[in-house]
Each structure stands twice: as C-alpha cells, then as structure tokens.
Design a protein around this ligand. Sequence first.
Ligand code: NAD
Ligand code: ZN
Length: 360
Amino acid sequence: MSYKNFPMVSNVMFGRGSFNQLEDILAPKRINTKAPFIFLVDDVFRSNVWITSRIPLAYDDRIIFVSAKEEPKTEQVDALVEEIILMTKERPSGIIGIGGGTIMDIAKAISIMLTNKGDAKDYQGWDLVKNEAVFHVGIPTISGTGAEVSRTAVLTGPDKKLGINSDFTPFDQVILDSELTKDVPKDQWFYTGMDCYIHCIESLKGTYINTFSETFGEMALKLCKEVFLEGELSSEEAQEKLMMASWHGGMSIVYSQVGVAHALSYGLSYLLGTKHGIGNCIVFDQLEEFYPEGVRMFKAMKEKHNIKLPQGICADLSDRDFDIMIKISLSLDPLWENALGPDWKKIMTPEKIKSLYQKM
Ligand code: NAD
Ligand code: ZN
C-alpha cells in the first residue's frame, strides 16, 4: 500500500472581523514595491464599500472584479493571467481571491498559471503542475464548497470539466470571517450549503471511507444538521457553523472522494451551464436509490427552508445532448469507484445514467 501525502492550507485565520487583518498578513509577503498584490473580487461586491474599502491597496496593487455568474473556464483563467502579466511590472507578490467557490478556484488557477507555461487546460487532471504557484490567499464570502481548503481548482475546459489537482493548488493562507457571508441570498445559501452536506454524504457513504475522512465528514454533517434542520441558532452562530462545516466537509474529501451526485452534476454543468450548488441539489433530489437516508434528510431540509428546485431541466434534450452528459459523467472514474466500488461499470451503465437524467 502506498499512501498519499497531501499538503494542506499552511495558515488560517478565523473570526468575525478577521478580514480587517488582511493588511498585516500581506505586508511581510510583499516581494518589492513593483510586485503587486492582485485582489480578485466577486463583482457582486463592486459597489459594496463595506468590503472594498477594507481591501488594503498600496503601490501597484490592483482589484480585478470577476463575475461569478458562470462557472470558471480555462480560457477565462488564461485571459486573466494575460491581463495580469500586461498590467504588472513584475510577477505579483500574491493573488487574493475574495468570493465564493468560483472566485476561489479562479484565484488558485491564476496563481498556478503565473508560474507555469502553456494554458490552464493543460493542467486539468492530477499532478500535472510543475512549478510552485505564486503566494495565494482565499477569503470565502459564502460557505459550502470547501474550495477554501481543497487541493483542486475546478475549471470547465474545451473538452472537460475537471480540476487542477496538485500539491501547489491549496491556498497558502485562508481567512475565515463569517461576517462576510451575512448578505448571501437565501436560495444561494441553501444551494452552496447543500454542496457541503452532499460532500459529507458522498464521502461517508463511499467505499474510499477511512478514519481521516470519516471524522471530518461526521463533524461537518453534524454542523449541517444544526444549521439546516435544527434551527435554534442565531444568524451569527449559523454563519460560523456553516463556515466550519464547509472546511470540515472539504477536509473529508481530501482523503476520499465525492460520488454519484457530483458525477451527474458535472454533466449538467458542462452541457447546460447549471451551477454547482443548484446542480448538485437537482441531482441529489433523485438519488434515493443510492443514498436513502441522506436524500430523506435533504428533502426535509428543502421543505423546512421552502426551497423549490427547478423541474424538467432535461425535458427537451436530444439524444445527442444526453450522450454528451453521459460521456462527461462516465469519465469521472474515481467518483464512481468511490460511490459504487470497483465494479461500478456494471451498475452505472449509459442507459442507467440517462434514466436518472430524464427524471431531472
Ligand atoms: P459562487 O462562487 O458561484 O457564488 C454563488 C453566488 O453567490 C454568486 O452569484 C455570487 O456572486 C454570490 N455571492 C457570493 N458571496 C456573496 C455574498 N457574501 N453576498 C451576496 N452574494 C454572494 O458559488 P459557490 O457555490 O460558492 O461555488 C461554486 C463553484 O465552486 C463552482 O464553480 C464549483 O465547481 C466550485 N467548487 C469547487 C470546489 C473545490 O474544491 N475547488 C468544491 C466544490 C465546488
Ligand atoms: Zn461540490
């Protein structure tokens, strides 16, 4: 048996208002006055002075507002890298992502592409990155994906949706300030929060489960239940607990894998552009056969928060469309193997996948 040796986020700061200490964190990391910090900020905060006025700009530092309307693309990363190279005199001292999973993955990918030749698409896969990334910081403003702690930067490329999984991907620094999540719209709070819940179920019910993943997964699941089912928390407590659930849920999949919901949701995202959180919810709602207890609890949470998921998103698709989604989904071998074991191909045939998509 050869065990994997995973890197982790090396520094983390936690606490409401900790965002105010960003300047102290960055100052010692400035290489020189010509090597700026680049802040990639979700453009939902463009006119949010409460956030932007606290971004500590000095010398040639820049804010680039990035839209999170669509999931991150490899070409988008390449274009941003080009823009940063053109606007800076020297390689940046650091890249700081302020936003949800979308912005955090873009920040991770850019920090890698600033020190590695070629296009972002060349690095989609496992351990293809050769050079250490630029110093990069993740500051989540919505909780659930675990992107703040994971070893991947998920991107949609010309022919696949797949992460840049590497030892250089994890953030060097994360700031967990739950106050930044206070204005997340309710539906989005639910969808991204359920991404965390689904990570837990897929990890805990998977065949790759081990004590490392189980302990993180159980903690995250307990926190999700407190936040989404039990409902006796103040909003501050709920924001803090969901932020830590996201962290633990992310840690749980470091040493295991996600499963059926993610494998099917990647197909929806690739063909229809369905975003990760809502896509996972639409899929998970139909997976009682694979995760009976998990889906029952999910339905109870949905009911409690009065969430109405879109119906019939696959109703008008052609056979060719289904084939594209099936191909994307079936290419995710580790997810299927984790979910269904080594003989997964006998269970998850193209016909079976199609019948699941047809319910959505
Ligand atoms: P997101 O980053 O796309 O954000 C969702 C929406 O919430 C956006 O409209 C955004 O503008 C808005 N938003 C974010 N913070 C807000 C705030 N504080 N107030 C108001 N609005 C706010 O959503 P997400 O669910 O966090 O991330 C999804 C992405 O994460 C997908 O691209 C997915 O592939 C990726 N992902 C990555 C990992 C990983 O390990 N790297 C894991 C899971 C998902
Ligand atoms: Zn996910």
